[in-house]
Design a protein around this ligand. Structure first.
Ligand SMILES: Cc1cc2nc3c(=O)[nH]c(=O)nc-3n(C[C@H](O)[C@H](O)[C@H](O)COP(=O)(O)OP(=O)(O)OC[C@H]3O[C@@H](n4cnc5c(N)ncnc54)[C@H](O)[C@@H]3O)c2cc1C
Length: 418
C-alpha cells in the first residue's frame, strides 16, 4: 500500500509516541469519524441540525466520559489526549468536534484542571461531592454538558465580569441573564454557565465568577433565536435566556473564585477549541492529495497531480500543515498549571496559527483542486466554511492572541510605562 499522510494515519502522524491508551482512543475516534460521522456531515450541515446520531455513537462507545477521571468511571484522558482525539474527530465532522469540546472540557475544567488549583480543605471536600454528581450523570446517564460563556460584549474576552448574574438564595443560586452562541443548544442536558456572583453592596468582579450547571429543564430557562450561519452549522449555537432560574448549590462545577484562578494560572484551558481546526486543516490536505490523485469517489478518474503548479501548491500546503501540527503537538504537551512565560506565549501563537492556517489550507485546497472540487456534493466547501469560524472564537480570537502576545512579550506582569 502507498504510504502517505492520509486518513489512515492519526492526526499526530505516524512517528509521534502514543501510549497504548492514547492509541486505543485515537483509533476509536478515527473509526467513528470515518465510518459514521463523515457520511452524515453533509446533510447535518445543509439542514443546520445537531449531530444527535454522532452523540449516540459516542455515548455508546464511552467517549462522552473521555475526560472524566478513572476513579469516577471515565477514561481519565489528560489534556494532550483530549486534544488529539478532538482533532481526529474534527477531520471528519468539524461541528461534532467543536461541540464535543464544550462537553469534554466541562469535565476537564471541573476535573483534572481544578485539581491543580488552590482550594481550602472545605472547598475541596464540597467540590469532590459536586464532581461525583456531575461525573456520574455523564458516565451513568450519558448526559451532555454545554459551555456557554459568550454574551456579545467584553466579558467573554476576559475584559469585564460576566453580565449573567447569580444571587445566593437558600440552598442554591438564582440566575438571570443571556448567553449567545450556546453550541449544543438543542442537545445539552446541562449548560455550564459562566456568571458573576452579585454580592450585596459591591460592584461585579471577575474574581466572583461562578461556573454553574443549569439543567435544560430548569424553570425560567429558554432557548431562543434562529441558527443559519456560514459555517459550523451543525453546532446549533442559539441564545439562552435565564429568568430567575434557580439551581441548587451542587450545580457548581467549580468552587467560588476558582474559575478566576484557573483563567490566570491554566491558560491552555482556552486553547481547547483549536484541535477541531487542526483536524479540519488535515482534512483539507487529505482531500487535496486524494483529489489530485483521482481517488475521490464520483469525481471520475481524472488525475491532476502531473501539473507542476499543483505539486507546488501541495508542497506549500504540506509545509503549512506540518508547521501547524508541530506547534499543536508541542503546545498540547506544554499544558499545565503555572506554565512558563514561553509556554504561555506559545499557546497564543499556537491558537493563532491553527485558526489562521486552517482557513489558509482550505483556501489553497479549493484553488488547487479547482472549480469542481467546491461543489456541495464534496466536503471541501464545508471544510472551507467551517475553517472560517475558528479565529472568531473568544476568548482567544486571532486578534486577541496577537494582542496578548504583543503585550505580554513586551511587558512583565505589573510593568507600566509611567
Ligand atoms: C460556530 C460557533 C460556535 C460557538 N459556540 C460557542 C459556545 O458554545 N459557547 C460560547 O460561549 N461561545 C461560542 N461561540 C462564540 C464565540 O466564542 C464568540 O464569543 C463569538 O464569535 C463572538 O462574536 P461577537 O460578534 O460578539 O464578537 P466580537 O465583536 O469580535 O467580540 C465581542 C466583544 O469582545 C471584545 N473584543 C473582541 N475583540 C477584541 C479585541 N481585539 N480587543 C479588545 N476587545 C475585543 C469586545 O468587547 C467585543 O465587543 C461560538 C461561535 C461560533 C461562530
Amino acid at each position: 500500500m502507498t504510504e502517505r499522510l492520509d486518513s489512515t494515519m492519526p492526526i499526530c502522524g505516524d512517528d509521534f509516541a502514543l501510549s497504548d491508551k492514547q492509541q486505543g482512543l485515537m483509533a476509536l475516534a478515527r473509526q467513528l469519524g470515518r465510518d459514521k460521522f463523515a457520511p452524515r456531515a453533509a446533510q447535518l450541515d445543509r439542514d443546520a441540525q445537531f449531530p444527535f446520531a454522532n452523540y449516540e455513537d459516542m455515548r455508546e462507545a464511552g467517549l462522552l466520559s473521555l475526560c472524566v477521571p478513572e476513579a469516577h468511571g471515565g477514561h481519565g484522558a489528560d489534556y494532550a489526549t483530549y486534544a488529539m482525539v478532538s482533532a481526529e474527530i474534527g477531520r471528519y465532522c468539524g461541528a461534532t468536534a467543536l461541540t464535543f469540546n464544550m462537553h469534554v472540557c466541562t469535565m476537564l475544567w471541573s476535573g483534572l484542571l481544578s485539581e491543580d488549583l488552590e482550594m481550602t480543605p472545605e472547598q475541596r471536600r464540597i467540590h469532590q461531592s459536586h464532581q461525583a454528581l456531575h461525573f456520574s450523570r455523564v458516565v451513568k446517564d450519558g448526559a451532555i454538558y454545554a459551555q456557554p460563556f459568550s454574551e456579545g460584549g467584553a466579558a467573554a474576552s476576559g475584559a469585564q465580569p460576566f453580565g449573567t448574574i447569580a444571587v445566593k438564595a437558600p440552598g442554591g443560586w438564582i440566575v438571570n441573564g443571556k448567553k449567545i452562541f450556546a453550541s449544543l443548544s438543542d442537545a445539552a442536558d446541562f449548560f455550564g454557565v459562566l456568571c458573576t456572583e452579585k454580592k450585596p453592596g459591591t460592584d461585579l468582579s471577575r474574581r466572583d465568577t461562578l461556573y454553574l450547571a443549569v439543567p435544560r429543564t430548569a424553570q425560567g430557562l429558554t432557548v431562543q433565536g434562529d441558527w443559519d450561519p456560514l459555517g459550523m452549522r451543525a453546532t446549533v449555537s442559539r441564545n439562552l435566556i435565564f429568568q430567575d432560574v434557580f439551581v441548587p448549590d451542587e450545580a457548581a462545577l467549580m468552587p467560588q473564585g476558582l474559575y478566576f484562578q484557573a483563567a490566570s494560572r491554566w491558560p491552555h484551558m482556552f486553547m481547547t477549541l483549536s484541535p477541531t481546526y487542526m483536524g479540519i486543516a488535515q482534512a483539507a490536505y487529505d482531500f487535496t492529495v486524494a483529489y489530485l490523485r483521482g481517488e475521490i469517489a464520483g469525481t471520475g478518474p481524472v488525475k491532476r497531480r502531473q501539473f507542476a503548479t499543483k505539486q507546488i501548491a501541495v508542497a506549500e500546503m504540506f509545509i503549512k500543515l506540518e508547521q501547524t501540527r508541530n506547534l499543536f503537538l508541542r503546545a498540547i504537551s506544554d499544558a499545565k498549571v503555572d506554565p512558563s512565560k514561553s509556554a504561555r506565549l506559545r499557546a497564543y501563537a499556537t491558537q493563532y496559527t491553527i485558526m489562521e492556517n486552517a482557513q489558509d489550507i482550505a483556501r489553497l485546497a479549493i484553488r488547487t483542486c479547482g472549480g469542481q472540487s467546491m461543489l456541495k456534493s464534496l466536503p471541501l466547501e464545508r471544510l472551507y466554511r467551517d475553517a472560517r469560524c475558528g479565529s472568531l472564537m473568544l476568548p482567544w480570537t486571532a486578534e486577541l492572541c496577537l494582542d496578548r502576545l504583543g503585550r505580554e512579550a513586551l511587558y512583565e506582569p505589573g510593568e507600566k510605562d509611567e
